[in-house]
Design a protein around this ligand. Structure first.
Ligand SMILES: Cc1cc2nc3c(=O)[nH]c(=O)nc-3n(C[C@H](O)[C@H](O)[C@H](O)COP(=O)(O)OP(=O)(O)OC[C@H]3O[C@@H](n4cnc5c(N)ncnc54)[C@H](O)[C@@H]3O)c2cc1C
Length: 427
């Protein structure tokens, strides 16, 4: 709790002109804010972590339901062999599961013949190859599609899952920056990725339900105004999403205009999950997958019994996620149920219990799922990652040059910003 007592307790004499409450304010307690806090505290700097919502983790969020830890946001440790969270998880007693993913399999080839699956995968690979070898001058990913290609809707659905956006909204340069360094190793953590990240916040000063409203330059430091009082600090690490930045809900001095403009070029795409609990003798095999409709760019992708659990995890991306959020929860579940019925037959209905769904575009203080660069705007990630007057340092997934859109990218960006702050304050 913020109180006059701990205000004075944390006040430190810093320079001749002002009393500082803390060396550094970290704005946002998602993966980036947490890793920045860890880094700065380890360097001996005093920190306050200011989080607008009532919980830690941001887009990393595990909910315990139906006896399972279910991840509403990040769930996969992407590029796992070099993902720093794998080591962190193991060192801290979490169980990392290394099995391969079933994303590209169609269980028993139901409704999607083996031959068609090969053609669809080949069309996706060919699209990426064209982006690499003959990138469209427009930098617009949809311009690399084969005109009237048989698998264009399928490619659009994959873009929805990967980027949260259709190919019309996507920069080729940005897409390739991620694709060229991402590996096929996608692992999981039994206890939940959200739980892993949220539990990694070190003990220290954390203010929940404490939205930051204004960050103002002031002589030798910054004034941070929040709904729970003001803080004087030497520097700030700002980790809020690009959607929050470009909405103007935090006021900055004009020196940050270029950064806010960059954030608007890196909007959050949309991806949503929808969970069914499985009951009774349904006959579905663990660790299998069904694509709802390979000819529909908005189709759901259904992961069946992940980690052997009695769960189906539906995933929607880009326009598909926009559509299910517009439908509302009840109709979104009906849509997903119908796709499963179309694949598995009407009997599956009695085994499905809708239990949980995300609506990331409606999530206060976040406003979407993960960032992508608009065509021609890939360089804006570097702009957003630059410090403002060596006082305001931006972090968060959107500032990573290649692992953007991921939890480990967010984590690494917090460490990058933490190192910059520490170098500036402790030269
Ligand atoms: C459905 C979905 C699936 C995903 N799947 C994966 C996956 O499998 N693997 C993977 O690696 N990544 C995945 N991601 C992406 C990953 O979750 C994010 O990239 C990452 O968690 C972002 O972390 P961050 O710290 O940059 O931002 P955030 O998590 O958004 O953290 C920012 C924090 O700032 C707070 N905040 C906002 N405004 C203010 C304010 N004014 N004052 C104070 N605090 C404020 C927010 O409440 C939030 O807690 C997924 C995301 C979604 C939504």
């Amino acid at each position: 709790m913020f109180s006059a007592a701990n205000y004075f307790y944390h006040s430190v004499k810093c320079g001749k002109k002002h009393l500082m409450d803390f060396d550094v304010a970290i704005v946002g307690a998602g993966a980036a804010g947490i890793s920045a806090t860890r880094y700065l505290r380890a360097k001996g700097l005093s920190t306050v972590t200011l989080e607008a919502s009532g919980r830690v983790g941001g887009r990393a969020w595990t909910i315990d339901l139906a006896g399972y830890p279910l991840d509403l946001g990040c769930g996969w440790l992407h590029s796992a062999e070099r993902n720093p969270m794998v080591r962190y998880a193991r060192e801290n007693g979490f169980e990392v599961i290394e099995s391969r993913t079933a994303w590209f399999d169609q269980w028993r080839d139901i409704g999607f013949k083996r031959e068609e699956q090969s053609q669809a995968k080949a069309a996706w690979s060919a699209l990426i190859e064209r982006m690499k070898t003959i990138p469209p001058k427009s930098d617009l990913a949809a311009d690399a599609l084969e005109p009237n290609g048989r698998w264009n809707d399928y490619c659009q659905s994959l873009s929805g899952y990967l980027n949260g956006a259709s190919l019309e909204r996507l920069s080729v340069e940005d897409f390739l920056a991620y694709d060229s360094v991402a590996s096929d190793a996608n692992w999981r953590v039994t206890e939940g990725y959200g739980r892993l990240i949220a539990s990694s916040l070190p003990p220290g000063v954390l203010k929940l339900s404490c939205p930051v409203r204004r960050i103002a330059m002031r002589g030798d430091g910054l004034d941070i105004s929040t709904d729970r009082g003001a803080f004087n600090v030497r520097a700030a690490v700002v980790t809020v999403s690009t959607e929050v930045l470009s909405s103007g809900s935090i006021k900055f001095d004009k020196q940050a205009d270029e950064h806010l403009d960059a954030a608007a070029s890196l909007p959050l795409g949309l991806a949503d999950k929808l969970f069914f609990q499985l009951v009774g003798n349904h006959g579905l095999e663990p660790e299998t997958h069904l694509l709802g409709n390979q000819n529909d760019s908005q189709t759901g992708s259904y992961y069946i019994r992940p980690l052997g659990r009695e769960i189906i995890e539906g995933f929607f991306g880009g326009p598909g996620a926009v559509a299910i959020e517009e439908l509302g929860l009840r109709d979104a579940f009906l849509f997903a149920e119908q796709q499963l019925v179309d694949r598995l037959g009407g009997d599956i209905r009695r085994h499905l219990r809708p239990i949980l769904a995300s609506s990331w575009s409606r999530m206060d203080w976040i406003g979407g799922s993960y960032s992508h660069a608009l065509p021609g705007k890939a360089s804006k990630r570097a702009v957003l990652a630059k410090p403002v007057e060596d006082k305001v340092f931006f972090a968060g997934e959107a500032t990573h040059s290649s692992d953007f859109s991921t939890a480990h990218g967010a984590w690494e960006s917090g460490i990058r910003a933490g190192a910059e702050v520490s170098k500036t304050l402790n030269p």
